[in-house]
Design a protein around this ligand. Structure first.
Ligand code: IMP
Length: 188
């Protein structure tokens, strides 16, 4: 079977079209993996994936990293079933690993308002890592209101709802191999 990558998808009665292809995504992640392998050489970084959305990005990213590294996860509450942020962050799963003295790389699927990332950077910073870096696959820079640290960005995107490649709309669409954007809104 091929990867699931139709040109259009309908989810919850809304139509989405391909915005970033599987090849474009993989090519960019390969570059990021090379960069991290170089910059974290001899540092044995630990990647902390933010569930649920970052799991596919993190799985691909780590396979382009060619230095010793580890992984752990935490979970934050999502948008619920809406397309706009609730404005509140809740942590639903703690990090198990001891991050004291470690080179930590926080891995997000998308930074939108920046609220979640600000919360995470503050919280993980208290665990006394040797260094703390942030990588996000997507950044809606026009929507970012909080002053957040972002060290590595896969793609800067417009302030429109996207899904696929780990990102959901009301929990659907994570299994799409490409990134899709809401069609109607973009054409207005
Ligand atoms: P922020 O706290 O406003 O930066 O939002 C971050 C979280 O909101 C991400 O980790 C996603 O789970 C979710 N999110 C933001 N924008 C989108 C989107 O366009 N599609 C799907 N989820 C999104």
């Amino acid at each position: 079977m091929d990867l699931y990558q139709p040109e259009y998808v309908n989810i919850n009665g809304e139509k989405f079209r391909v915005y970033l292809t599987h090849e474009e995504i993989q090519q960019r992640i390969r570059q990021l993996g090379d960069q991290l392998s170089h910059e974290f050489k001899d540092k044995k970084p630990i990647f902390i994936g933010v569930l649920n959305g970052a799991y596919i990005f993190l799985a691909d990213l780590m396979r382009y990293v060619t230095i010793p590294c580890e992984v752990d996860f935490l979970k934050l509450s999502s948008y619920g079933d809406e397309k706009v942020s609730s404005g509140q962050v809740k942590q639903l799963k703690e990090i198990d690993a001891n991050l004291k003295g470690r080179h930590v790389i926080l891995v997000e699927d998308i930074v939108d308002t920046g609220l979640s990332m600000k919360y995470l950077v503050d919280k993980v910073g208290e665990l006394k890592p040797a260094s703390l870096s942030v990588i996000t696959m997507l950044h809606k820079s026009d929507a970012t209101k909080y002053n957040v640290q972002i060290d590595y960005v896969g793609f800067k995107i417009p302030d429109l709802f996207v899904l696929g490649y780990g990102l959901d709309y009301a929990q659907e669409g994570r299994n799409l191999a490409q990134i899709y954007i809401l069609q109607e809104k973009e054409e207005n």
